[in-house]
Design a protein around this ligand. Structure first.
Ligand code: SF4
Length: 398
């Protein structure tokens, strides 16, 4: 079996949310195959694809371009749309929403909606959509933070998701479905609204490469979100970066760096023992960048660990040696229960940023979004109820 055939088989094996044969996640040719018993002409398949991904219908009865008897026949054969459902919503005082979205097996995955973004995606090469004003909805653009796995195997020491270990990979439909579910909830329309996607939720996308890239193709093609408005963050999985470099359609790339040298990085990101910083940067050099595109280095500042001026100077040298267009996104560490780090003071963050900027390195501070509901970077751990600590007490479930 080729990789593509294996992927298709896994999609077809996955039951829908109510045990039916799920159509969400399948594209043109795959839909033609699974609906083969109905001998549908290509235009009927295109109508279905448009209903699934442009109109984002949640039931076959809403596929209005199809005659009623066809919808009923397909439903009677056990097919269903199977768009992933939001089963729980937590809303932050800053407008951020964190969702638990039901997977095929009852496991939940986390997705975050950030109206107005977080300050780290201000150069996404795109223009504001025609609705570039807040209007009644209170936002003029939004960012969806998407998960690629349930849990994560990479074991970054500062990350709550790491505590889960890896539970399983998400399928194409489960990854793209997070976006569809959030767009529906926010009544947002790609094309009309400026929507950015960041694959920075739970999991390491490059350890679920085929499903992740399958979802990117679906989102860019069928759902109409330009890949230039998507960013994927990797902890530095070199074989994944090398495959990514060959992709004709791909998001922008962010490297989760978090340390200025291998010695510090090994202590907080054990993956460094497999691929060190130099190897990661060599792989990134192979990615052909688009005009005005920059690679992002994500840098979580941990009080007393990697936030000193000497570390900033090392980051400057590292970015200069990399010698490709790059910027640094600084994120003050977001606290989690039983994670033994401290959040640096605002003045330390500002000093670090200033040092980078003084030496010509573009550096931005990502605003923490949804810290109070455990939606911020590194905080996604299927937290469903106030459990411990002052921050969790502020969780607002709606
Ligand atoms: S920071 Fe990302 S790669 Fe590291 S453990 Fe957390 S989810 Fe995995």
């Amino acid at each position: 079996m080729t990789t593509g055939e294996k992927l298709l088989a896994s999609i077809l094996d996955a039951p829908g949310a109510s045990g039916g044969r799920r159509l969400f996640g399948l594209l043109n040719q795959e839909l033609t195959v699974v609906l083969g018993e109905f001998s549908l002409p290509p235009y009927r398949i295109r109508q279905l694809e448009s209903a699934l991904y442009r109109q984002r219908v949640t039931g076959l009865e809403a596929v209005s371009a199809w005659p009623k008897d066809l919808r009923e026949k397909v439903a009677a054969a056990g097919f269903e749309v199977g768009q992933p459902r939001i089963v729980e919503t937590f809303r932050s005082v800053d407008g951020t929403e964190r969702y638990l979205i039901a997977g095929d097996d009852g496991q939940t995955v986390e997705t975050v909606w950030m109206p107005e973004g977080d300050g780290g995606d201000d150069d996404d090469l795109s223009e504001p959509g025609p609705s570039g004003y807040p209007g009644q909805r209170g936002w003029s653009r939004g960012t969806i933070c998407v998960s690629s796995q349930i849990g994560c195997a990479v074991n970054c020491q500062f990350c709550l998701t790491a505590r889960l270990g890896i539970i399983r990979n998400l399928s194409v439909g489960e990854i793209a479905g997070q976006v569809a579910a959030v767009l529906n909830r926010q009544q947002a329309e790609p094309g009309r609204d400026r929507i950015n996607l960041v694959f920075m939720g739970m999991g390491e996308p490059f350890l679920n490469y085929d499903a992740f890239m399958g979802a990117v193709r679906l989102l860019a093609g069928a759902m109409g979100i330009p890949e230039s408005r998507m960013t994927v963050s990797t902890s530095g999985i070199v074989p994944g970066i090398l495959r990514f470099a060959e992709e004709p359609v791909r998001p922008r790339l962010a490297i989760s760096l978090n340390a200025s040298n291998d010695a510090v990085r090994e202590t907080i990101m054990p993956i460094t023992r497999k691929w060190n910083i130099a190897e990661v940067i060599d792989a990134v050099r192979k990615v052909p960048l688009r005009a005005r595109e920059r690679v992002t280095f994500e840098y979580v500042l941990l009080g007393g660990v990697n936030d000193r001026i000497g570390h900033a100077d090392e980051v400057v040298r590292l970015v200069r040696r990399a010698n490709f267009p790059a910027k640094v996104n600084l994120i003050a560490w977001n606290p989690g229960p039983d994670v033994p780090f401290t959040t640096p003071g605002e003045e330390d963050v500002a000093r670090f940023q200033q040092r980078l900027r003084q030496q010509g390195i573009p550096a931005f501070v990502r605003r923490p979004r949804g810290r109070d509901i455990y939606a911020a970077c590194g905080q996604l751990r299927k937290t469903v109820a106030p459990a411990a600590g002052p921050d969790l007490a502020a969780i607002r479930k709606i």
